[in-house]
Structure formats: structure tokens, C-alpha cells
Design a protein around this ligand. Structure first.
Ligand SMILES: [Zn+2]
Length: 460
């Protein structure tokens, strides 16, 4: 599900990461222009050609590139006579690296708003540029991507990460709707109702220390400071659950339960959670995993006997991970703070957390269990935290009284909607709006600052 985009009319494709200008797909764009490649000898992978042709037929297609337009046209010739999208080339070496200006020029040349655009790329550098312009983003992962690049992409948190042509086509035909947690957390007035054949994805993170214990997450979590927060139902629910877990625990349990059953089925002995610190009174994730044995899951059932929230205990009031710094500092911060309350020898364990940022806490738990003889440890989190966008969020003004409208969550089931801030003020205003309508209006309000930067070449 695209956070910034509701109605798609146009697609911008960064061709550099998708075509082998440099014989490898995931090239660093800034060096390309100096290459003396012969475009007539280049070929386009059939899958990429098929996707480009599909997008060209269904949408207004724009190509951005660090190459010259002539060179790209020469390569694209093989896609046939009906394939002649507008091409926006970098005009200097700064533009070449980030492609921000060519993307801006593509949007500016069109009659569409930013919220009508999707940006598709296969490189790790330009996702954040497109996000800063508030475009929806799809990352098409190259086959030979290395772990470092993968982590960089996860940090940017694109709307979709896909590996195959089929997945891309499924996004555009609305078969692939988005990440599990994000779609399930949203009300139907935003997502539409599900039909047969539609599906959702979860994301898998490599585990730095224990390669067998990947970390699976159901979506992204945007902090309050991020302009996407107020449009993102899963983030709103996670924040709200801190004081009102009753509203959300069944939904969170359904999300986690389906992820577990999809990923490993019933092949585990215990499910537990990252424990709260000794001074923390609430034990929110315990509520979620206890609900796992109660909620209905389409894929099967989770055995109540397996649910052991208190398997891990936190012994130390460690300082906030937020203030600890980078991964190594966070890892040190939690070293030795947990202990086990019963044996895990030869057991297969699932550990659940709500939001993971660096994975350090999950890593510490994995280490504890592995050292105690656990046969397998699998990690699941509701969401991970990508880097914040720093742009200011759009604001929704109440059409009845002119005050601001802000997201609220229903008391019974935690479904988000928008309500006028005048609800508790005098004179009071009880105006409200569905979440879907509010998100569409907020997306419509996003504008690109079209001040195209002056020519400013830099030295390499
Ligand atoms: Zn109002």
C-alpha cells in the first residue's frame, strides 16, 4: 500500500538501475556517463522490457536517467515503435547522482499531482529522493544484491520491495496490496474490500549475528515526526496501543499469527515476547501473544500450550535504546539484561516484538536462547522503523469551522478516522471524516517545490 499515493496515473522509472549500462544492473549512476558503451549492443532483460511495455500502455510513463537521452533512446528501441516515453536526463554530475532534478522535471512537465505518481527503481540511492518528493516508491531488487545494499533499502522503507516481474504487475493490477500489517491495520474505506486472489507481503531482515534467525516484520512504523505518520494506520495504532492495547490486541495477534503460520507453520514449541523492563508496569506484547490463542486465523490455529509470555524476563532497567546510538551501542546497552525462567534446551522458539529499529534487543534474546541450547529461534515484529522523512506534514482543515482535523482511533476496535480538534473546545465542532477520505485529501495537498536548482557542478 502506498502511503503517499492514492490514485495512480503516471509512473517514473529510473532506468539506470534496471538496464545493464555497465553490464551489471545495480551500478553506481555517477560513473556511467563517462563510459563509452555502445548502446546498440545493449539489451534489455525480457522481464524489464515486459514491465516497461505494460506501464507504457496503462499509464503515462516517464523515464529518468543519468545517461544522455540519445543513448537511452537507442537502448529502448528494441521495445518497439509504440514505446516512446518522455525521457528526463541528468544535466550535470550532481543531478546524475541523485536524479532528484530529473524526477522533479518529470513531475513538473505533467498535468498530474505528486500523489498520482509511482517511482520505480532498482538502485538504492534514489528511493529517498523520490520519497522526499512524496511519490509512492517501488524497489525492484536486483538478483545479485548484497546485504549492505539491502539494509540501505530497508532503511529508506519503500512502499513495495519486489523481486519479480509478476510482483510488479500484481501491484499495478491491485493483486498485491502491500505489507500485511499495514493493510490489515487500515480501514476498508482506505484499502477497499478484499477479493479472492489479492495478497499481502511481509518483509524479512537478515540477522547480523545469527543467520538462521531472520527477523520477519509485517510493515513499517513511521514516528510522529515523520510526515507519513498521520496517514499510516499501523503507526497510529502502535502509538495508540501504548495506552489502549485492548483496542488493538486482536488485530495485532491476527497479523503476527498469520505471519508465523505463513512462514513456519506450526513447527515451534514456544511463543514468547520481548519482556518489559522491571519498572515498566504494562506488558503490552504479552497481551498480543495471549490473544494469539484466541483469534481466528484463516491459515490454521496456534496452540494455547505454546504461548509462554513469561519465558524471558528482563532483570535490568536499561537506559532507553533510543538514546543509545547506533547498532553497536544499542547492542551493548541490552547485553545481559534478560534471563530465562525455564529451560529452552532443544526447543524451537518464536520471539515477538512490536517495533524493531536496529534488532539489537531481538539479537540479545536470540543469543540468550541459543546459549541455553535452543534448537531454533525465529523473530517476528509488527513493524520496523525506517529513517524519518523530515518534510513537514500536510494539514487537514475542518471545512465546517476552520480548525485542524487530526487522526483519532475508535474506542471499540481502534479503527482510525479523522476528527475536528474543535471536538473538545468551545464552540465545539463534531465534524469527522473517514480515514480514507482524509488520507486522499492529505495526499492531494502534497506539492513539489518546483524551484529547480541552479547549475552547480561538483568535482568527483
Ligand atoms: Zn470543525
Amino acid at each position: 500500500m502506498f502511503v503517499e499515493t492514492t490514485d495512480i496515473s503516471a509512473v517514473i522509472v529510473n532506468i539506470d538501475g534496471l538496464i545493464s549500462f555497465d553490464q551489471v544492473r545495480n551500478v553506481t549512476p555517477q560513473f556511467l556517463i563517462r563510459k563509452q558503451d555502445n548502446p546498440s549492443k545493449m539489451s534489455i532483460e525480457p522481464d524489464i522490457g515486459e514491465v516497461l511495455n505494460y506501464l507504457n500502455k496503462q499509464y503515462t510513463l516517464y523515464i529518468v536517467t543519468s545517461q544522455t537521452e540519445e543513448k537511452v533512446r537507442e537502448v529502448l528501441k528494441s521495445l518497439g515503435n509504440s514505446f516512446h516515453p518522455a525521457i528526463f536526463s541528468a544535466m550535470n554530475s550532481t543531478e546524475q547522482i541523485l536524479l532528484l532534478q530529473p524526477i522533479k522535471r518529470a513531475v513538473a512537465s505533467s498535468r498530474f499531482k505528486p500523489c498520482n505518481f509511482i517511482y520505480l527503481c532498482g538502485d538504492k540511492i534514489t528511493i529517498s529522493q523520490a520519497q522526499s518528493l512524496r511519490l509512492g516508491t517501488i524497489f525492484w531488487e536486483p538478483k545479485n544484491i548484497d546485504e549492505g545494499d539491502k539494509e540501505q533499502v530497508l532503511k529508506d522503507g519503500p512502499d513495495f520491495q519486489v523481486t519479480t516481474k509478476e510482483e510488479i504487475l500484481n501491484i499495478f493490477t491491485r493483486k498485491l496490496l502491500g505489507y500485511y500489517g499495514e493493510v490489515l491495520a487500515s480501514p476498508p474505506d482506505l484499502t477497499g474490500t478484499f477479493t479472492k486472489g489479492q495478497y499481502l507481503k511481509s518483509l524479512s531482515f537478515p540477522n547480523r549475528e545469527f543467520p538462521d534467525s531472520t527477523i520477519e516484520v509485517s510493515g513499517r512504523y513511521f514516528k510522529k515526526a515523520d510526515p507519513r505518520h498521520t496517514k499510516h494506520a499501523l503507526s497510529l495504532r502502535i502509538v495508540n496501543s501504548k495506552n489502549n492495547m485492548d483496542r488493538h490486541k486482536n488485530l495485532f495477534a491476527r497479523i503476527v499469527g498469520v505471519m508465523i503460520l505463513n512462514s513456519i507453520g506450526n513447527d515451534f514449541d514456544f511463543i514468547t515476547r520481548i519482556p518489559p523492563k522491571p519498572s515498566q508496569r504494562d506488558d503490552r506484547i504479552k497481551d498480543v501473544i495471549e490473544a494469539l490463542g484466541v483469534v481466528k486465523l484463516s491459515k490454521g490455529k496456534i496452540d494455547l500450550q505454546c504461548i509462554k509470555p513469561e519465558l524471558v524476563k528482563c532483570m535490568v532497567d536499561y537506559p532507553s535504546q533510543k538514546d543509545a546510538g547506533g547498532y553497536d551501542a544499542r547492542r551493548e546497552n541490552v547485553r545481559g539484561v534478560f534471563s530465562l525462567t525455564s529451560s529452552v534446551r532443544d526447543k524451537k522458539i518464536i520471539v515477538v516484538d512490536d517495533v524493531t529499529t536496529s534488532g539489537a534487543t531481538l539479537m540479545e534474546t536470540t543469543e540468550l536462547m541459543t546459549n541455553a541450547g535452543a534448537k531454533q529461534v525465529k523473530l517476528f515484529a509488527l513493524a520496523y522503523h525506517p529513517e524519518n522523512l523530515t518534510e513537514a506534514p500536510a494539514i487537514l482543515i475542518c471545512p465546517q469551522c476552520g480548525r485542524e482535523m487530526s487522526p483519532r482511533l475508535r474506542k471499540n476496535d481502534g479503527q482510525p478516522f479523522y476528527g475536528c480538534q474543535g471536538f473538545f473546545e468551545r464552540p465545539s465542532c463534531k465534524n469527522s471524516m473517514s480515514f480514507g477520505q482524509a488520507v486522499r485529501q492529505l495526499n492531494e495537498a502534497n506539492q513539489i517545490d518546483m524551484d529547480l536548482e541552479p547549475f552547480d557542478d561538483i568535482e568527483f
